[in-house]
Design a protein around this ligand. Structure first.
Ligand code: HEM
Length: 156
């Protein structure tokens, strides 16, 4: 997620990285927005329906297994204004990157601390950080449930 977050911020350096340099207090909401936009690869989390349930106007019988695409939910225009845009100041940000409910991610606070700390240190220590090459040439890592980007070449 650190690799994806930094790549997202450097991919539009003027509107994202430089905005954070101008206002580092945006780091926590920038982290949430990176999580909203690209935390969950793959098709989603399965859930077993133990009683008849209505979802989106559709009745799901007891015993159904559904797959919940957090990635799709995180770009739901009914839940997020400008759902396709990266808004570094988005608050509140009710994204589903860590799931929801009793099985929501037990490590989410650790993940947040790591992401926020890395971002704050990079902004302070390497303000001239930039991507080498075009963001479109970055390659997604294949075969891992957590996804990620193979290599994020940078210079400063
Ligand atoms: C950006 C980083 C991370 C993301 C996007 C993430 C995402 C998720 C998601 C989507 C779930 C499933 C939630 C659900 O079923 O509703 C989950 C569960 C879990 N995560 Fe994470 N996670 C991250 C980091 C971590 C870290 C750092 C740890 C531990 C050190 C961790 C430990 C766990 C565990 C143990 C569960 C299972 C919780 C349960 O079933 O009760 N995760 N995570």
């Amino acid at each position: 997620m650190i690799g994806k977050m930094v790549a997202m911020l450097l991919a539009d350096r003027e509107h994202r990285w430089e905005r954070l340099l101008a206002d580092p207090s945006l780091a926590p909401s920038a982290v949430e927005e990176a999580l909203r936009l690209d935390a969950n690869p793959g098709f989603g989390m399965p859930r077993y329906i133990s009683e008849e349930t209505v979802v989106g106007g559709t009745t799901l019988p007891r015993g159904t297994t559904v797959v919940c695409s957090m990635a799709a939910g995180n770009r739901d225009p009914d839940a997020f204004d400008g759902a396709g845009e990266m808004d570094l100041a988005r608050r509140p940000n009710p994204h589903l990157a860590f799931g929801v409910g009793p099985h929501s991610c037990v490590g989410q606070q650790l993940a947040r601390v790591e992401l926020q700390t890395v971002l704050e240190v990079l902004l302070r220590r390497l303000p001239t950080l930039e991507l080498v090459g075009d963001a479109a040439d970055l390659r997604a890592r294949q075969g891992l449930i957590v996804g990620g980007i193979d290599r994020v070449p940078v210079r400063w």
